[in-house]
Design a protein around this ligand. Structure first.
Ligand code: SAM
Length: 234
């Protein structure tokens, strides 16, 4: 399977295992991951956010229920919402989800926006789990004909130690713990020295992270900065 599919499969495996009820995909693009997630019966609220409204709108109708979804009603309810909005801005409708995913998004942010991302996602949205994937620059040597970054819009590509330092700082600042993994394996003899093609951090919110920069209850003003572009109830 393509690397793209492997990253999405990683999220799907996580969802199968952990059964989150509310899931938000940040930088959802053409909603490919959301379309796969809508088949998971444990999910009650599925939200996509992207700055690129045109990109969302192009493919969003694939999220509508199929006629068979109505012919075979189940007791499970699903609501899907798509927003045009930026991960650098807060929106109260995305607080306290079970799972937030950010697949190949952070490398498109400037370092200033990356700080805002951490404060919005970990500090404000404050979900139970966060999955962040980003290219591992150490793997670039194995990609034929690549000079520079993998994509012209990337603002940075990190090696494993750079990703690790960022992730550990986020954990300290906002009260999370993180495990590192990835998808896209290097040839066996180079797995240790190079690592995965896409590196992934799986973050879990710590119990009682009140001492950290996480925002709580009454400190939080209700801000709605995202624009709802699509919603559907199953
Ligand atoms: N996550 C998708 C996937 O796995 O295929 C798309 C990844 S694509 C490389 C990055 C996406 O992030 C684009 O759709 C882009 O519009 C979106 N994006 C970039 N900056 C963003 C921001 N500040 N807030 C929300 N989305 C953003």
């Amino acid at each position: 399977p393509s690397l793209h599919r492997q990253r999405h499969q990683f999220v799907i495996d996580f969802v199968r295992k952990n059964k989150p009820k509310q899931v938000a995909d940040l930088g959802c693009g053409e909603c490919k991951l959301l379309k796969q997630l809508k088949f998971h019966r444990n999910i009650e609220l599925l939200v996509g956010v992207d700055t690129n409204g045109a990109k969302i709108k192009k493919m969003m109708h694939g999220l509508a229920p199929l006629s068979t979804d109505y012919l075979q009603p189940t007791y499970d309810q699903l609501r899907v919402e798509l927003y045009q909005g930026s991960v650098t801005q807060r929106d109260a409708r995305l607080r306290r989800f079970d799972l937030v995913t950010s697949i190949e998004l952070i490398e498109h942010l400037t370092l200033t926006d990356l700080e805002r991302f951490a404060s919005v996602v970990f500090g404000y949205m404050s979900p139970a789990s966060v999955i962040v994937s980003t290219p591992n620059s150490e793997f670039n040597a194995l990609l034929p004909g690549l000079t520079g970054f993998r994509h012209s819009d990337h603002k940075f590509e990190w090696n494993r130690s750079e990703f690790r330092s960022w992730a550990l700082k986020v954990c300290l600042d906002y009260g999370y713990e993180v495990e590192f993994t990835g998808v896209g394996e290097a040839p066996q003899d180079q797995q240790e020295s190079i690592g995965f093609c896409s590196q992934i951090g799986v973050f879990h919110r710590l119990q009682g992270n009140d001492h950290c920069n996480a925002l709580h209850g009454s400190d939080v003003e209700e801000v709605f900065s995202y624009i709802l572009v699509y919603s559907v109830n199953y």
